[in-house]
Design a protein around this ligand. Sequence first.
Ligand code: SF4
Length: 113
Amino acid sequence: MTLTIGVPDHARDEWEQLHDTLAAHQEPPPCAGPDRDHWTGTATQQQQAAARCLDCPAMVACAAYALTAGERTGTWGGLTPSDRTPKPTRKATTKKKHTRKKPTPKTRKAATR
Ligand code: SF4
């Protein structure tokens, strides 16, 4: 059983999967090393941390957890917060709807007076 304080209910399975994956390996993950602060450091540090995640056997499970849980801070599974933020999509440009009402015989008559 793993500690789940702060883990959203909808992401508990992914959290458990992440811990099971880490427990199956002898080596601690890179984010548990002496430079662990980089995973929550500056943008540059987090980019470097994300590259280090590539060496982690739990990278996929970690990213799955972070995306499911909606983690907003820190680097998880090789993804920085900005990598996990959905980019705005370019909306199709729509012509502004013509809202002027079509003149009726009554309004047309009033307009000509
Ligand atoms: S993938 Fe996750 S567990 Fe592995 S080093 Fe990166 S942040 Fe740590």
